[in-house]
Design a protein around this ligand. Sequence first.
Ligand SMILES: Nc1ncnc2c1ncn2[C@@H]1O[C@H](COP(=O)(O)OP(=O)(O)O)[C@@H](O)[C@H]1O
Ligand SMILES: [Mg+2]
Length: 345
Amino acid sequence: MTDPLPNVGIAFNAYEPVTGRSEEQLSEESVAEVAKDVGEAVKKLGYPVTIIPLQKSFLNFLRRVKDLNLDVLVNLCEGFFGRPQWEANVAATLELMHLTFTGNKSRTLAVCQDKHMAKAILSSYNLPTSPSQLLSSKDQPLEVRFPVIIKPNAEDASLGIGPNSVVSDPERLAVQVKRVLDLYKQPALVEEYIEGREFNVAVMENKTVQALPVSEIDFSQVPESMPHICSYEAKWLKDHVMYQTTPPVCPAPIDNALKGKLQQMAVDAFRALGCRDYARVDFRMDGAGNIFILEINPNPDISLDAGYARALNAAGIEYSRFWKYMLDNALRRKKPHGSPDGAVR
Ligand SMILES: Nc1ncnc2c1ncn2[C@@H]1O[C@H](COP(=O)(O)OP(=O)(O)O)[C@@H](O)[C@H]1O
Ligand SMILES: [Mg+2]
């Protein structure tokens, strides 16, 4: 007898504005779009689907999830109440409810949200990252070399990263550090700026951990006055020159040796951070060919028009097939005496 079709829920966090940072609405709102894309893909598999927004009342959300008696939940929650830092807390609650869900476990989400901590773990596995320092005051002495890039330590989606984030002198450094401390209320990560090419590698777990084709951000058309970075403008503002001049190219035009190196490092980083199901690893390579991991994104943007889906496409893996893999992974974790990662319902 074949198993009945699994009853699938798709959870996402609906937009909640953060005072003083309304310009960042676009990256937050995109999560609702992803839920639609995933809903269509899961329907294509023939599975019954319910979309469950997480908004304002966490208790109502949990009640809804519980009442639906789901077999598996697709967790697309990238935060709660406008706070990406609570992404891990949402997953942790699902674990405490013994819910089976797709994507990364709370521990990985929490560690990767703290870029400084994630870098320390990567270094302990001999995976290279750019020299950096965490600053909690604008007067702390700098121990890394200019030029540097200043970013909030615990945001994502390029929040707080703009054309002025790359600096070469102490005065501008102080301004940027103060900006991060005041606006984002968290320490600033100051990292040596790696001039050069930027790559990212999507990693997928489907029985084994495998890297998808490498993607590159093509900076060749960026106006001379602008730094070659994926700033907030470059990622989200479709009419902005930085958006229009930083197209992603997948597969990247690189030789097999570099491709193999990036893919191996991506898989190693996935394992080092204890990732599960899917993640994306961001890299820079300097002029001498040295590769640095910028960060690991567990549960990266998985919408049809984002980088991960582009990599799936380049690998010849249909989007709904990818979701079949993810749902199968989650359902496999749902054993009567399953793992302590909260996968048992
Ligand atoms: N050390 C660095 N050297 C060069 N560019 C960097 C560095 N750190 C970040 N960037 C640029 O800023 C972008 C966003 O930084 P990242 O650390 O990936 O944060 P986010 O979580 O916001 O994506 C990167 O895609 C890259 O273009
Ligand atoms: Mg990034």
